[in-house]
Write a protein that binds this ligand. Structure first.
Ligand SMILES: Cc1ncc(COP(=O)(O)O)c(C=O)c1O
Length: 386
């Protein structure tokens, strides 16, 4: 009986996998090969350039704490390194409080579940990250989704709403699959008009946007107009974890009410010490940010001049929208043959018929690297028309 149960459960998993395979959407884990990397989120090349390794080695040489944190922050998992990182970060992004989670996923799911209840209403950009969508769903809040970065649509949704409780507007600074940003000033004005609090995920802006790399809200002098800002640190900062920032009471509330913070082992404290070093480093990386802007413009211009479509990207994330899943896979494989790693992104990660290559520019990419990529893309395009 027990073994029958086990067999039928395994069969049900296999049936589901077969369904994914029939759609040609099976995902597998691959060890990265030594290709020219346009796929990782190491936007400032802090990993590729060896800077993080140097900082970590320095920390390790002087380290006399545990490596594993040995518990949740509320038990034995707290360490002065967390306080150093949080204190540096709240100064950096002009916030009253900053609480470090071990990942952006845990931060969004946990914080949204904690601050929202079924009495509240959420207005969320359709293209927000899965961790945001999951957090909203778990919270049970009434939810409305507006078209990506479309404030006119948002206003229409707001006018039709039957809003209740506290009303939230949830979006991101730079969208991971499109590389575009909302008009934050207009968003703040709209939020004001309709009485909404703003929750902003700055995962792809931290390190890259703002004069000192402190994100889009700071770049627009709007940090005090956003109730909650979340800064995952696995992209440009190159490490892991996420700071959740807001009023002082939010920090205290998270420590008392946020399940993913309370019931989980905190990250190794040496990584918090490393993050504190990175926070100190980010303001000095102006040259890297300027270079990224230059290469991103060069890539977009190069695509557009050859009738290739980079969507509405305004950042170092430059999608090449190709439409069908097969086409995106073919282009990815074509680049791979030339030693270039840029990944195909397909539904459900992006809407149907908008499969694309997601090209992530990094500070370590030279102008010839970008030109080489463009040349290979032109070659694939030309072959397609033959
Ligand atoms: C906008 C956004 N938020 C949150 C996350 C999750 O962050 P983490 O990878 O640290 O869990 C991601 C990661 O892709 C993201 O793009």
């Amino acid at each position: 009986m027990h073994s029958d149960l086990l067999t039928s459960w395994q069969q049900s998993l296999q049936d589901d996998l077969d369904q994914i395979e029939r759609k040609n959407r099976t995902r597998i884990l691959r060890i990265n090969e030594g290709r020219l990397d346009f796929a990782s989120n190491d936007y400032l090349s802090l990993n590729a350039g060896g800077r993080l390794k140097m900082l970590l080695e320095k920390q390790l040489a002087a380290w006399d704490g545990p490596i594993g944190s040995t518990g949740s922050r509320l038990l034995r998992g707290h360490h002065p390194a967390f306080e150093r990182a949080e204190s540096a970060f709240k100064e950096f992004v002009k916030s009253e409080s900053a609480i470090l989670f071990h990942s952006g996923y845990a931060a969004n799911v946990g914080v949204l579940q904690a601050i929202l209840s079924s009495r509240d209403t959420v207005f969320c950009d359709r293209s927000c990250h899965a961790s945001i969508l999951d957090g909203i769903r778990i919270s049970g809040a009434q939810r409305h989704y507006f078209d990506h970065n479309d404030l006119n649509h948002l206003e229409r949704v707001l006018n039709k709403r039957s809003a209740r409780g506290t009303n939230w507007l949830i979006t991101e600074s730079v969208f991971s699959m499109d590389g575009d940003s909302p008009d934050l000033q207009a968003l703040v004005e709209l939020a004001n008009k309709y009485g909404l609090l703003i929750y902003l995920d700055e995962a792809h802006a931290i390190g890259v946007k703002g004069e000192s790399g402190n994100g889009l809200a700071c770049e627009n002098n709007l940090s005090d107009r956003i109730a909650v800002r979340v800064f995952p640190c696995g992209k440009a900062p190159g490490v892991m974890g996420a700071f959740v920032c807001g009023p002082k009471v939010l920090g205290d509330f998270i420590i008392n009410r946020c399940r993913s913070f309370i019931f989980s082992t905190s990250q190794p404290p040496i990584l918090a010490a490393l993050l504190a070093d990175v926070i100190e480093l980010l303001p000095s990386l102006t040259g890297e940010r300027k270079h990224l802007e230059m290469t991103s413009n060069r890539l977009r211009d190069g695509l557009v001049s050859n009738s290739l479509n980079p969507g509405k990207s305004t950042s170092n994330i430059v999608p090449l929208i190709l439409g069908s899943e097969d086409r995106a896979m073919r282009w990815m494989q074509g680049l791979q043959k030339k030693g270039i790693d840029a990944r195909a992104i397909r539904p459900p990660s992006v809407p149907e018929d908008s499969s694309r290559l997601r090209i992530n520019l990094q500070a370590g990419h030279s102008t010839p690297d970008v030109d080489f990529l463009l040349k290979e893309l032109y070659t694939i395009a030309e072959k397609e028309t033959k």
